[in-house]
Write a protein that binds this ligand. Structure first.
Ligand code: AMP
Length: 942
């Protein structure tokens, strides 16, 4: 710091409005890192009582900002009329006053009145006590400068200032935001909270609207409780304020021009939201309680508190489409699904800042802090491939998770929302019995998201009036809490009484409101006034309904067109300097594009993408190394060695082409796969691919596979054309880098729910990817994709194999050496083992064994298999050969399919590794020995 300026400032000892803001910023920096301020400043601050606790998390404001600010203020100097405090005694205490303002901003939330039940035991924060700062009763009537505190004038009597601080920071709202680094964001929040002392002024109409929300929230639960006593409904009661809050969020978003909102929530309060926000007809819900099911639901359905719903909601800013995502019982996994769905809609609407489509995720207090997927989703929130312009995250904080409520058992953090600090999201804790404070926070949250495009959290502190479900007895485990809850009036009653006392509403109107709602439920029709019939906001899924995998489709392309595409995708501008190994790959691609070389895997795959893009479809590929490819084969994103800029040849395949995004994803399987599932369920057109780094790691995303991908269509009628590329193959890389756990996918296969393919040639991968787009069927495609085959000299294809034909689910014998009449053994196999069998058969000059590749294991291509086997009807000896251990791979899950196509009287035996607890062995020599043995066994060499 400039010593002259410092000296002048200290000597003048006037903490003017402008300078005091500067002091606060300096002080924040000092709290974070005392070394970050000058010696003079450190000396000043060292002599102040320190503010501990949450302050340690405060990131340092940008130094340049502080410097620039000081300089500009100094330059303005004498020209600026600043309000001065002239009392020297007051001057001495001024910094302490500013420190106390700061303490309220940092720690006021810890003494806010958040718990409706008053059970929280929170220690008084001493930094919020004036005495801690040396401020006495005598000081209360003295005027001090209020710094950047945005209420009142530049100076205020201390007593008045303290009242204002308590009202703003220690009332029904506990605002936690000082962990945010960006000064503009902090100041923005202060400007919203402080001038109004953390309260909105609502007129009678607004208040009636809020009461109506509470009335409907309580009304439906009471009605269901009376009509279906003991039935599980996961009542919202205690957290009733969620309903008026959701309405506030939607209204506010509509005002910002938002066109769609995708909502994710677990079961608590879901029926309430379905009826009172989304406008599901109560009669439909009653029918579900009565055990009937809607005709529109195909498949086997799901319980009512997992159901999704779609509708339109009228707001003064225009209609907003609402989509409540279907949700499994796994509490938090729907969050990345919602984000993916939102991103797809934003992409379709061409709105990269996320303004037009907003996510709202509703969490439980135990789940948000207990489940790692929440962290993963927060981590995605600002990344290039996954950001959605911020989400509104609401916690229904009923202070108990099933039967666990002791903080020592539930979490290691102070609040359940502390995880949100990792992305510096502001967190607004709010008392669920103060609906006006909740409405205020809801508006603030939407405005914040709109302004900064970042996540924001509302922690709705409430309680759970009943047990985990209605058959549960909560006082068995929470006696004190439930003793208190029994005597505690409902949120509706508290608010209605307040409004009656304020004379904002008459008691008769309150009674009429209750009766009207009950009557509306009796009629069974929609109870949401703003409900509107759904317009075509999203895409039309009807062309994809009821379609099958084996429908004919025409995906052939003239060979000239393919050559042209090949040239364009192999072209790299001269100025874009490639790394030498990549340059070699592109040189080879040019040779392939001119017909001088057969096509390898990487180029055939690239041509599939190029042809899809040329046909104006979109492509999205994510995975941990998708741009390059884990195994160095794709190189779709080219890095300039001179300046690190990137070039995507696939963005240059045609004048008018579809968009492509290839994203190296965050290091997660569960959230990324869930995100892509969400994306693909909201966007049927084009190709959505998730690629695992190694297929083995897919087990980290097992919940997504079990609860969404494999069963989502059957449970919820939601189609999904996601493609999963899972590197798989036994190359001696040990138990963690060999198997994509094929058996697990096959075990989940039924009702043609997904396709499991093991393509063995470049032409096959080309056709397989194109088929996924060209056919009208939208079902997940699980691909065991290769590793060594990416560079295998035999795994090559010609351009004409791409131009003609289509994906072959079964590939029969291709070598003329095997005269069908001489064949006395047929070996079925999938994937890379085929080439090892072929090589060995050639080497041993075997002419009586046919090799048949099953390229699609599910749905099993029976007709194609029978066609290929027609010439082997005399054969009695059939073998399934696999690299995986016997208890893994396709042997147990697909065996019945193989039996179904071999001639009567023939037998089917197994050639492969012995059953094993680990997917593969770790010793290279043992691997080689096992591999040789299974090949020999299949070829009758042992
Ligand atoms: P949404 O935009 O998600 O609210 O969906 C609007 C409507 O489109 C739904 O009510 C469904 O009829 C249909 N729909 C949306 N997504 C899918 C899907 N993945 N599969 C089948 N139908 C869908």
């Amino acid at each position: 710091m400039h010593q002259g300026i410092m000296k002048a400032w200290l000597e003048s000892s006037h903490l003017s409005g402008a300078n005091s803001t500067y002091v606060e910023e300096m002080y924040e920096a000092y709290q974070q890192d005392p070394e970050s301020v000058s010696d003079d400043w450190r000396a000043v601050f060292d002599n102040l009582p320190p503010v501990n606790g949450t302050a340690v998390n405060v990131p340092e404001p940008a130094h340049s900002k502080v410097r620039d600010y000081f300089r500009s203020e100094a330059l303005k100097g004498s020209q600026k009329a600043v309000a001065r405090v002239t009392d020297p005694e007051v001057d001495a205490k001024q910094v302490k006053v500013l420190q106390m303002i700061n303490a309220h901003r940092f720690r006021g939330h810890q003494n806010a009145q958040l718990d409706p039940l008053g059970l929280w035991k929170r220690e008084a924060v001493k930094e919020l006590d004036p005495a801690y700062h040396g401020l006495t009763e005598d000081d209360m009537s003295r005027k001090f400068n209020t710094g950047s505190f945005a209420y009142g004038g530049e100076t205020m009597e201390l007593g008045e200032l303290i009242t204002a601080l308590k009202a703003t920071y220690c009332g029904s709202i506990g605002a936690e935001y000082m962990h945010i680094t960006d000064t503009d964001e902090k100041r923005w929040i202060q400007q919203r909270l402080e001038p109004s002392l953390g309260k909105a002024t609502y007129d009678k109409q607004d208040k009636a609207r809020i009461l109506e929300g509470l009335n409907s929230a309580e009304g439906i639960e009471k009605y269901l409780g009376a009509k279906f006593p003991g039935a599980k409904r996961f009542s919202l009661e205690g957290g009733d304020v969620l309903v008026p809050m959701m309405r506030e969020l939607i209204y506010q978003a509509g005002g910002h021009g938002t066109k769609e909102i995708v909502i994710g929530m677990a079961h608590r309060g879901r029926l309430n939201v379905l009826v009172n926000i989304l406008g599901k007809k109560p009669q439909e819900l009653f029918d579900e309680f009565a055990g009937k099911h809607a005709d529109s639901v195909n498949g086997s359905g799901d319980v009512k508190y997992h159901q999704g719903f779609s509708s339109d909601f009228e707001t003064p800013g225009g209609n907003v489409h609402l989509a409540l995502a279907f949700n499994p019982s796994h509490l938090e996994i729907v969050n990345p699904v919602v984000m993916g769905s939102v991103r797809a809609r934003q992409d379709r609407r061409g709105c990269p800042d996320g303004q037009l489509v907003m996510p709202i995720t509703i969490h439980g207090d135990s789940a948000i802090t207990g489940q790692g997927i929440v962290q993963e989703t927060f981590n995605m929130s600002q990344t290039r491939g996954f950001k959605v312009g911020g989400s509104i995250r609401v916690v229904i904080n009923n202070q108990v998770g099933f039967t666990t409520s002791n903080h020592q058992d539930v979490r290691s953090t102070e609040y359940c929302t502390d995880i949100a600090k990792m992305v510096q999201a502001p967190i607004f804790h709010v008392n669920g019995d103060d609906p006006e404070a909740v409405a205020f926070v809801a508006q603030l949250a939407v405005d914040y998201r709109n302004e900064f495009k970042r996540d924001v959290v509302i922690d709705l502190v409430c309680y759970r009036r009943h047990g985990h479900n209605e058959a549960d007895e909560p006082s068995a485990t929470q006696p004190l809490m439930y003793g208190k809850i029994k005597k505690h009036p409902t949120p509706r009653k508290i608010y209605a009484d307040r409004l009656i006392e304020e004379q904002a509403i008459a008691a008769e109107e309150v009674t009429a409101m209750i009766n009207d709602y009950r009557e509306a439920l009796d009629h069974g029709e929609c109870v949401v006034r703003e409900w509107r019939p759904m317009e075509m906001h999203s895409v039309d899924w009807t062309p994809f309904i009821g379609r099958e995998w084996d429908e004919n489709y025409d995906a052939s392309l003239p060979i000239e067109q393919l050559y042209e595409l090949a040239k364009r995708t192999a072209y790299v501008p001269e100025a874009h300097k490639l790394q030498s190994r990549v340059a070699k790959i592109y040189k080879d691609r040019l040779a392939m594009a001119s017909g001088d070389k057969p096509l390898d895997w990487g180029f055939a795959e690239t041509l599939a993408y190029a042809s899809i893009l040329e046909a104006q479809y979109r492509i999205r590929i994510t995975g941990q190394d998708s741009g390059r490819g884990t195994f160095f084969h794709r190189h779709a994103v080219l890095h300039n060695q001179k300046d690190a800029t990137t070039y995507l040849p696939l963005r240059h395949v045609a004048e008018e082409q579809g968009p492509i995004e290839i994203i190296d994803s965050v290091l997660s399987e569960a959230s990324v796969l869930a995100f892509e599932y969400g994306y693909a369920t909201a966007e049927p057109s084009g190709l959505t691919i998730w690629e695992a780094q190694f297929g083995d790691f897919v087990n980290c995303a097992q919940v997504v596979i079990d609860q969404f991908l494999s069963s989502g269509e059957q449970k919820w009628g939601r189609m999904c054309g996601l493609t999963m590329l899972l590197p798989h193959g036994y190359e001696g890389q040990g138990p963690e880098h060999s198997s994509a756990r094929l058996e697990r996918f096959l075990q989940l296969c039924a009702n043609h729910n997904m396709q499991v393919c093991v393509p063995s040639t470049p032409a096959q991968v080309y056709h397989m990817l194109r088929r996924q787009v060209a056919r009208p069927m939208r079902r997940p495609l699980v691909v065991m994709s290769p590793k060594s085959l990416l560079r295998h000299p035999m795994a090559v294809s010609s351009m004409s194999e791409l131009a003609e034909g289509s994906f072959q689910s079964v590939i029969g014998e291709i070598e003329g050496t095997q005269d069908p009449q001489q064949v006395d053994r047929v070996v079925f196999c999938s994937g890379k083992v085929y080439f090892e069998l072929l090589e060995k058969r050639r080497k041993e000059n075997i002419s009586n064994i046919a090799l048949i590749r099953i390229e699609q294991l599910y749905p099993f291509p029976k007709e194609e298999a029978l066609e290929v086997l027609a010439q082997y009807q005399h054969v009695k000896d059939f073998v399934w050969c696999q690299e995986e251990p016997q208890n893994q791979g396709a042997w147990y899950c697909s065996q019945h399919h193989f039996w179904s196509v071999i001639p009567a009287g023939a037998i089917l035996t197994y050639a492969g590794r012995d059953a094993s607890a680990a997917p593969a062995c770790g010793y290279p020599a043992l691997h080689a020995q096992q591999q040789a043995s299974l090949i020999d066994c299949a070829l009758k060499l042992k």
